[in-house]
Design a protein around this ligand. Structure first.
Ligand code: NAP
Length: 480
């Protein structure tokens, strides 16, 4: 059948992963469309102070391209971005990326995807989306936000031209981002105000530095990198991933570590205000080594009165107090349910992605959609994105997608899409399993979809990988 033409949307970590796998399989007619002018996805967009990956570096990397040079147990964001840049060059992917070009629509017609980009049309046999999960910043609907006279920006759009030293800075939000910013920034502004709506549990995670000797040893003995990868994978799989999906010693252990960590806060009033109302891990677990030290500094204040509105000089809380500030940072998260959109996808019989997902994003086995032939997603709906390495998940999904592309190349199939029945069976199994997870134990989080169920994988990441290793051909409608 010859080689297929493949279009990948997005040159972040998962798009690069897919492109490398295709290249290694000898498939060269591949284009990655990237709407920004640089690669790296979330590691390009986020540049806030304190940006760190809270998954250990030895596991948060491609298993086939480990980096002996990581400087820390948890790598700083710029180091991860450099790593992705180096990988793109090492595997010759940069030449395949068309930067500054947005894919706005795609229609499956006559067996091909007809693609509309901001620079003109294209066509492909396969359309693969690698558009990320946390891509669209969510601005809070706080009245008067526009009235503030000083600079205001979202954490994923950090304005590095705004000086912070010696000024009064407010951070709204205490998710992973707000916690990392606060831990890093404390001490720089003359006053740092952290506006907390809901307290969150913090797993103690001091960030150990890898010394020169360790790095040299890893350079000389690549086996150490492989061991490091397997070790962190095993710890996360056997402890954290289990704790999320079922009761047991793992859940008790992580809960106890979080509760003990909170005792680092010596002032009983502050400790009470930092005590979350829900179970550890109900919201995405935050890992930090320095947060409780930061919030106990005299120049840091945790404000727990609700924000009423913002005015020219600062933030006014429900008790009527005006908190005067110079800079306002919104660490208020992302629209995690805007998967793939605003791209318009349409099938030859007029089905649209928007309509298919009107009740929330649903997929077949996290990677494919019924009615959408030769279309696959990386980090699609219900991918195991909890606290696991998203790179390991992208690798499993890329291998699965590559399997179908190889079958196409071998002439075994011309088009493939999962059946509606198989997709419904998969989603109904998931709906049954999701209430057993910790995410439904009674908290609001970005994990929850319209139906109140988490849009997450309710089993272990290893089960996700093993599911994708064994494709069920009967679940697919194929032609050719
Ligand atoms: P997030 O977890 O969604 O947290 C948003 C924060 O903003 C919450 O504290 C929320 O309060 C608060 N908030 C939202 N609207 C508000 C309003 N109107 N008034 C006051 N507070 C408001 O967002 P995030 O911290 O950016 O993290 C998102 C995800 O990114 C993480 O869960 C994680 O998956 C990923 N991330 C990962 C890393 C890493 O190291 N791997 C680092 C950063 C982020 P409520 O809790 O009350 O809603």
């Amino acid at each position: 059948m010859g080689d297929p033409r493949v279009v990948i949307v997005g040159a972040g970590m998962s798009g690069l992963c897919m492109a490398i796998k295709l290249k290694q399989a000898g498939l060269h007619d591949v284009t990655l469309y990237e709407k920004a002018d640089a690669l790296g996805g979330t590691w390009r967009d986020n540049t806030y102070p304190g940006l760190t990956c809270d998954v250990p570096s030895r596991f948060y990397q491609f298993s086939f391209a480990t980096n002996p040079g990581w400087t820390h147990l948890y790598s700083p964001g710029p180091e991860i971005r450099d790593y992705l840049e180096r990988i793109a060059d090492r595997y010759g992917i940069r030449e395949q990326i068309v930067f500054g070009t947005e894919v706005t629509a795609a229609r499956h017609d006559d067996g091909r995807w007809r693609i509309t980009t901001s620079r003109g049309p294209d066509e492909a046999d396969f359309l693969l989306t690698a558009t990320g999960v946390l891509h669209h910043p969510r601005l809070p609907d706080i009245p008067g936000l526009d009235a503030f006279e000083g600079p205001t920006f979202h954490s994923a759009r950090w304005d590095h031209d705004v000086p912070l030293k010696g000024r009064r800075v407010a951070v709204v939000g205490t998710g992973s981002t707000g916690v990392q910013i606060t831990s890093d920034l404390a001490g720089t502004p003359s006053r740092l105000l952290l506006f907390q709506r809901t307290a969150q549990w913090i797993l103690p995670a001091p960030n150990r530095e890898y010394g020169r000797l360790t790095r040299a040893a890893h350079r000389r003995m690549p086996v150490l990198d492989r061991l490091g990868y397997r070790w962190h994978e095993a710890v996360i799989s056997h402890v954290l991933s289990q704790a999320l999906i079922k009761p047991g010693w793992q859940r008790r252990l992580i809960g106890a570590l979080c509760r003990r960590n909170l005792n680092k806060v010596t002032d009983p009033d502050l400790r009470a205000r930092l005590t979350p109302p829900d179970e550890p891990m109900c919201k995405r677990l935050i890992a930090s080594g320095g947060f409780y030290d930061a919030v106990q500094r005299p120049d840091v204040e945790v404000v727990t009165d609700a924000i009423d509105h913002v005015e020219a000089r600062g933030v006014v809380t429900a008790d009527g107090r005006l908190h005067e500030i110079d800079v306002l940072v919104l660490a208020t998260g992302f629209d995690a349910h805007a998967y793939v959109r605003p791209m318009d996808l349409t099938t030859s019989d007029g089905r649209t992605l928007e309509a298919a997902w009107q009740d929330g994003p649903r997929a077949y086995q996290t990677v494919a959609l019924p009615g959408f032939p030769n279309f696959f997603m990386l980090m699609g709906p219900h991918s195991p994105i909890g606290n696991y390495s998203l790179i390991a998940i992208a690798e499993a999904q890329a291998d699965y997608i590559l399997g179908w592309i190889r079958r196409w190349r071998a002439g075994l199939v011309a088009s493939m899409a999962p059946t509606a029945d198989a997709t419904e069976r998969f989603n109904s199994d998931m709906r049954e399993a999701l209430p057993r997870t910790i995410w439904t134990s009674g908290c609001a989080s970005w994990y929850l979809g319209k139906d109140g169920l988490p849009e997450l994988w309710p089993w272990t990441p290893r089960e996700h990988a093993s599911m994708l290793r064994t494709p069920v051909f009967d679940d697919f409608e194929t032609t050719g």
